[in-house]
Design a protein around this ligand. Sequence first.
Ligand SMILES: C[S@@+](CC[C@H](N)C(=O)[O-])C[C@H]1O[C@@H](n2cnc3c(N)ncnc32)[C@H](O)[C@@H]1O
Length: 360
Amino acid sequence: MKYIGNKTRLLPFINDVIEKNQLPKKGTFIDIFSGTTSVAQYFKNKKYKIISNDFMTYSFIYQQVFIKNNKIPKFEILINKEKKISLQNEELFSSNDDNLKNVLNFLNTLKGKKGYFFNNFAPSGKFKRQYFSNKNAMIIDEARDLIGQWFKKKWINENEHYFLICIIIEASDFVANIAGTYGAYLKIWRSMALKKIVFNVPLILDNKLNNKVFNEDSNKLIRKIKGDILYIDPPYNSRQYAPNFHVLETLACWDKLELKGKTGLRPYEKQTSLYSKKDACVETFKDLIQNAKCKYILLSYNNEGIIDSKIILKILKMKGRVKVFSQQYRRFRTERDHDKRKYKVPDDVVSEKLYLVECL
Ligand SMILES: C[S@@+](CC[C@H](N)C(=O)[O-])C[C@H]1O[C@@H](n2cnc3c(N)ncnc32)[C@H](O)[C@@H]1O
């Protein structure tokens, strides 16, 4: 997923710092701002027990599927009850993967219907927003309504419900007509957006451990958890995640709220991050560090962040011995420099810092 601050490209760098500084190879790894779960998945694969968290619902659904789960659920009741799901495999319930494939084969044949999503996010819908082709928005509408009904009728359990929502979010994001975030839709169709949406089986890692996932404010949660390595990847600029990824949140919640404005925004007061506010970010960050209960802290922050590196160092030094590592990488930018938008660093290269604290 294209996501502001996604750390997929930095994973080898983070791992290198962990290995070269001989941090614990086992134990609990906390990813308290998990976003796409890329970091949590990587360290789950390295057999750490994972605690992950994010205050956005779509991220929580990703965490349920990719972090908490160690295998694909069975979908047994659904396959028994939903007669329209045809079984590709002769053997009933041969494997969980096959069961899910059968469910997705069925969802992939839906014709679609004109509903809430179509009206809010398709060009021929009531609000004429061009986030999805008419056809894809109709399929998303039908699929998302259907899995909500299956859950209500208890044909799928909570976990299976999370799985199917996650699959819809992932597939929708792939065909969204955007440049990077949902802050705006494109006026011209990008080619991917005109392809038919396809629901795919996700890849699930099994670390055979009891991983825990949360959907809370980081500063509330920090008071309740402890671990060996605490990885902190907070927002580093004033762009809020809720308005930039509102369509994914709408798909995750499916609460059919009345959406506002040109882009169909949902209300997001409760998901406004203090880490993105100049007047509150330092105190919020300090509070998080002071309340952390762990052996090591790893903090990702880049050189354009709203908290000055000297202040970061001062706060971290109160917690323990600090080392700083940095790596340059190409930025995720949705717009170029222009008269009203000048980036502090003129070219496309950003220096991402990794602060390592050995807590005392
Ligand atoms: C830089 S992104 C994390 C990216 C993630 N490491 C990845 O690779 O996808 C920051 C995340 O923090 C979340 N967030 C911001 N403020 C938060 C808060 N106060 N509590 C919990 N999550 C928060 C945002 O929703 C966003 O997903």
